[in-house]
Design a protein around this ligand. Structure first.
Ligand SMILES: [Zn+2]
Length: 247
């Protein structure tokens, strides 16, 4: 098969050579893949739009010996709202980066593809920090890394109290007995309960959930540390994130 179609999102786009870009695509059928989009940095390139970060398009890709090349692209959605608002842009970049570090090439995951696409649409209306937090929790769940929240990650007992001890290393909250052998941080019970809701609720209705500035900060920080520990890579955009706690 010399040519194939990819129904895909651009999750990374970096400059290459004089006028090309190397795209990291996350496709519905094939998972993550890389392809060069030639000449797209020239002003008159017709494929320019298809090489932009977050673009959702149908790509016709030519299989090459060392790297594949985009030969045609029909954009379906370019998410203009992600380009005109700094917080929305940061959240979308955070989603793309998380998807990139948590997946390996050629491993399809249709549910994860669907979740990513849905969240990029939700960023038009919803609180961006809320969408990013829900995305992180749900993508970890789809990949089999859902953090345990409210039960002990080590022995399984239910944990009560105003504050719960969370350890990225253990994979979630820990009871008083088990926490001694782990490093971690204290979370307010409200934040733990809120994270459970972000996993369970209908994602198209998460804007009905109410949180406040300290919960937002605590949850984003906890999720960042959890993901960075799990994949041993920094989430650069999350660290820079100006997702200011000003809800
Ligand atoms: Zn325990």
């Amino acid at each position: 098969m010399a040519v194939y179609h990819a129904d895909a999102l651009v999750i990374r786009s970096r400059e290459f050579g004089e006028s090309d870009r190397v795209l990291t695509l996350f496709s519905r059928e094939m998972g993550k893949l890389q392809a060069v989009a030639k000449g797209v940095r020239k002003p008159k390139s017709r494929q320019r739009a298809g090489a932009q970060l977050f673009t959702y398009a149908d790509y016709l890709i030519h299989r090459g010996k060392s790297i594949d090349t985009v030969s045609q692209c029909s954009p379906r959605e370019s998410f203009p709202h992600l380009w005109y608002d700094l917080d929305r842009s940061f959240a979308a970049t955070g989603i793309a980066e998380l998807l990139d570090i948590s997946t390996i090439p050629a491993q399809p995951n249709k549910e994860l593809f669907g979740l990513t696409l849905t969240c990029l649409f939700l960023l038009e209306q919803f609180d961006p920090a809320l969408v990013l937090s829900a995305y992180a929790l749900r993508s970890m769940t789809l990949l089999g890394y859902r953090p345990l929240l409210g039960e002990c990650a080590e022995c399984g007992v239910n944990i009560a109290g105003e504050r719960l001890f969370f350890s990225s290393e253990a994979g979630g909250t820990l009871c008083g007995q088990c926490q001694e052998s782990y490093s971690g941080r204290w979370l307010r019970a409200g934040s733990v309960a809120f994270m459970r809701q972000l996993i369970k609720a209908d994602i198209t209705k998460i804007d009905r959930l109410r949180w406040n500035a300290w919960m937002q900060q605590e949850i984003l920080e906890t999720l960042r540390l959890f993901v960075e520990h799990r994949f041993e890579r920094p989430l650069k955009s999350w660290r820079m994130g100006s997702l200011s706690a000003d809800v």
